[in-house]
Structures are given as C-alpha cells and as structure tokens.
Design a protein around this ligand. Structure first.
Ligand SMILES: Cc1ncc(C[n+]2csc(CCOP(=O)(O)OP(=O)(O)O)c2C)c(N)n1
Ligand code: SF4
Length: 295
C-alpha cells in the first residue's frame, strides 16, 4: 500500500545557510516531492552526502542522513545498501565531490551497479570553498585558481557514466523543479545505479553559468526518444556547448544489481560472506581467521 505523505513531512528545524537563489533549494524541494510521490517515508530513506554546500542537504531533510568525508559518499552508500537492501539509498553531492575527489568511486559505482541513486548538484564550481574551478568548469572559466581561464577541458559526466557502464543516466535543471522531481522519482524507481546530474546555478561564485545561461541552452528530450538505445544516448551524451539535453538519456533495466550478486554469495557462505557478516556484527579479533583465506 502506498503511504500518503506530504513534502512537509521531510522538513527539519535546521537553519539553512545556502545563499538566497541557490539552485540547491530546488533540489531539496524536488527530492522531497519525489519521495512524497513514491510514498517513501522518512525512516525508509537514507541520504548520504560528502562535503560542500550541496552536501549540507541531509541536515535539511527529515530522513536518515550521513555526511561522509569529501568525495566518499558512494562507497558508504553502497555498504549501507548491502547491509539493508530495503532502504532507499540516495547520494547527494556537488560536482567537485562527485567527479573530482570522488571521481574514482564514481567510475566504479557505475560498473558495479548497486541499487542506489546519485544526485549531483553540478554548479561547475567549488561553492563552499569560495569559487575554485571544478571538473565540470568550462574551458577558459576564470576563477581564483584559474585566473587566466581554466586550461583543462571539462569532464562530461553523462558521457563518462555511459562509458563506465551506468544503467540509468539523466540530466535535469534546478530552474525546472517539476521536471527534476519527475526525473528523480524515475531514478529512485530504477533497479541499479542511477545518476541524476542537476544543472544547479551557484548564484554567488559562478557568474557565467547562470539560470539564464542554462535556459538559453537546455531542451527536453523528444517524446519519441528511446533511452534504451545506446547509440542515441552516446550522441546526446556529447551535446553540451550549444544545446544541452534534459531527461533520461540512457537506461538499461536488464542488468543485475550489485546486491543481486553479492547477497546470494553471502547466503552460500563464501569467504566474501564472512567479511560482510563481520562488518555487520563486529567482534574483537574478528579478522584473524580471515588472514588464512586472504593473505
Ligand atoms: C580531503 C579534502 N580536500 C579538500 C577539502 C576542501 N573542500 C571542501 S568542499 C570542497 C569542494 C566543494 O565543491 P563541490 O563538491 O562542487 O560542492 P559545492 O560546494 O559546490 O556544493 C573542497 C575542495 C576537504 N574538505 N577535504
Ligand atoms: S556558494 Fe553557491 S553553491 Fe554555495 S550556497 Fe551559495 S549559491 Fe549555493
């Protein structure tokens, strides 16, 4: 049975320190709307973040929350999902956290396919640390750490996720919360790893990629677009400079999740299962017997 909820169910009393107009407000609102629409109650969801302005989000949501160190929410989220597969696990982090310091975890989570959702607040800059260029900053972007303009070409997260084997890849825009809530809901429903890259204006430090800058470029994928067609997805994944597609760019619902593969091993008593059991129920000296199996 679907539980009837209200987005206010997810409100907290924490003081919000985001700048007025920050795109993170719309992401927070859309995530609350998506959970409400899906009938997911606060105790059934875990939101894991890293470090950054956007990573403050778990503080502003009445759900289970976990702020990890910078760049590390994906492995924590994967572990939480393995320990409690019934939990809806959602990672929320900035582009620096997700694609910079957390880039290695991003790649391997794509191919590992745990049943978790990652929402990236992609403002193309480091907001919390006052405006350094990030992996998604455009070439030539002037910041305190790139006074002559960024000389590194920007990373295209959608294309990287596709190449790394992600099974659900979407992009949405903080200037269109309704579209965003729909895309997030679809991502949470997907069985497997889902990436939602959100174009999220940082109104304080990014004076180039503004709401208007995005509005001039974004377009919604056509109704007859087929996200299961990998070749079409590849073509859209490289669109950026003049036209930026929004919507579900790729999905593959045929592949097993990480838990689908690991949990039966645990049940069958493999050495991996011993490790998982001990992580769940730690005991003094617990790893000693495993040395024989692994060292
Ligand atoms: C290991 C480590 N390195 C660097 C930092 C400093 N630091 C904190 S947040 C951040 C980047 C934030 O940018 P982003 O992840 O894009 O999030 P935003 O603030 O834009 O939401 C950095 C470099 C840190 N906290 N820990
Ligand atoms: S610095 Fe930028 S990303 Fe951080 S709260 Fe302000 S507008 Fe948002």
């Amino acid at each position: 049975m679907v539980t009837r909820l209200d987005p206010k169910t997810f409100d907290t009393q924490a003081e919000n320190t985001w700048c007025p107009g920050c795109g993170d407000f719309a992401i927070l609102r859309s995530l609350k709307l998506a959970l409400t629409d899906l009938g997911i109650a606060p105790h059934e969801a875990l939101v894991v973040s890293g470090i950054g302005c956007g990573s403050k989000l778990p503080d502003y949501m009445h759900v289970n929350g976990y702020m990890t160190i910078h760049g590390r929410p994906l492995p924590v989220a994967t572990g939480a999902k393995l320990a409690n597969p019934d939990l809806h696990v959602i990672v929320v982090n900035g582009d620096g956290d997700a694609y910079g310091i957390g880039g290695n975890h991003f790649l391997h989570t794509c191919r590992r396919n745990p049943n978790i959702t990652q929402i990236v607040e992609d403002n193309q800059i480091y907001g919390l640390t006052k405006g350094q260029y990030s992996p998604t900053s455009d070439l030539g972007f002037v910041t305190t750490t790139s006074p002559d303009g960024a000389i590194e070409r920007s990373l295209l997260p959608v294309a990287v996720a596709l190449a790394a084997g992600a099974t659900f890849i979407a992009r949405t825009f903080a200037g269109d919360p309704k579209h965003m809530a729909g895309v997030i809901a679809e991502a949470i429903k997907h069985r497997g790893y889902s990436l939602v890259d959100v174009l999220q204006p940082c109104v304080t430090f990014n004076r180039v990629n503004t709401y208007d800058w995005y509005r001039e470029r974004v377009y919604k994928l056509e109704d007859d677009y087929d996200p299961t067609d990998r070749d079409s997805a590849r073509a859209r994944a490289y669109e950026w400079e003049d036209r930026i597609p929004l919507g579900i760019i790729y999905r593959n619902d045929e592949l097993p999740t990480y838990e689908d593969q690991v949990l039966p091993l645990q049940a069958a008593g493999s050495p991996l299962a011993s490790v998982l059991r001990l992580q769940k129920d730690p005991q003094p000296g617990q790893y000693e017997p495993l040395k024989e199996q692994f060292l």
